[in-house]
Design a protein around this ligand. Structure first.
Ligand SMILES: Cc1ncc(CN)c(N)n1
Length: 231
């Protein structure tokens, strides 16, 4: 007969929720940032929005390469990663749309994408992504970072679409891009992959994945700050 589960075993069943409880403050800092709250209440400074738009276009291009590297790591896993690969491939397809959307949105707002110079904060975030692309970095660690990056945008922009918000009409499409139910479902699939993988991962890998999650949250906060001119 199986004995009672230890606290560690129970925590490992849903590692992400365990971490989100443990690191609530920084998670809320990333998903309820003043920049997002200003979109939600309609007071957003449009020059900050345009800064975000141009910088994020640069980020997304680095992000595509990162996701490709996660896909390669999934493929190299010998066990049942075929389902993971389908979810990741769907993510890449969504990123293709995302890049096209940035181009269209930039022209709508008069942002010249070819003139955008990546800011230091953006460069640091892209460098962090590059560090995760190293073949030494384990799939479990990279997929945790991937989930966190997508989840921050999903939670942030979905918050701007809730009832009773004052999100300006011409920003609602931006919020829909990441706040729609389909993107929420995709983030949920990523979360399930991470939880399933981490349940069987070694303590060392779990620690590395937690560190990667915290780094993502810090970079996301810095990215919002940069958009508001604060970095
Ligand atoms: C900085 C950042 N983080 C996340 C995402 C969502 N793909 C994004 N576009 N930019």
């Amino acid at each position: 007969m199986e004995g009672k589960k230890t606290r560690e075993e129970v925590e490992k069943i849903n590692m992400i929720d365990t971490w989100l409880t443990k690191h609530r403050l920084i998670y809320v800092g990333a998903t309820r940032h003043p920049f997002i709250l200003s979109i939600r209440d309609g007071t957003v400074d449009l020059s900050s929005f345009k800064t975000w738009l141009g910088q994020d276009y640069i980020f997304v291009r680095a992000f595509v390469s990162f996701v490709a590297s996660v896909l390669i790591k999934a493929w190299k896993e010998s066990d049942d990663s075929a389902g993971d690969m389908e979810v990741l491939l769907g993510g890449m397809a969504a990123l293709n749309d995302e890049v096209q959307w940035f181009k269209k949105e930039a022209s709508k707002w008069g942002v010249q994408l070819s003139d955008i110079v990546p800011q230091k904060t953006n460069q640091e975030y892209c460098r962090f992504l590059e560090s995760l692309m190293n073949s030494e970095v384990k799939y479990n660690v990279a997929i945790t970072a991937f989930w966190a990056i997508e989840a921050v945008y999903q939670e942030s922009f979905a918050h701007c679409l809730e009832e009773g918000t004052n999100t300006p009409l011409d920003l609602q499409e931006t919020c829909q891009r990441w706040g729609n139910d389909g993107f929420g479902q995709y983030c949920h699939s990523l979360k399930q992959i991470v939880n399933r993988r981490l349940e069987k991962a070694s303590d060392d890998e779990i620690k590395q994945a937690e560190v990667a999650l915290l780094s993502v949250l810090e970079h996301e906060v810095d990215f919002w700050n940069m958009s508001c001119g604060g970095a």
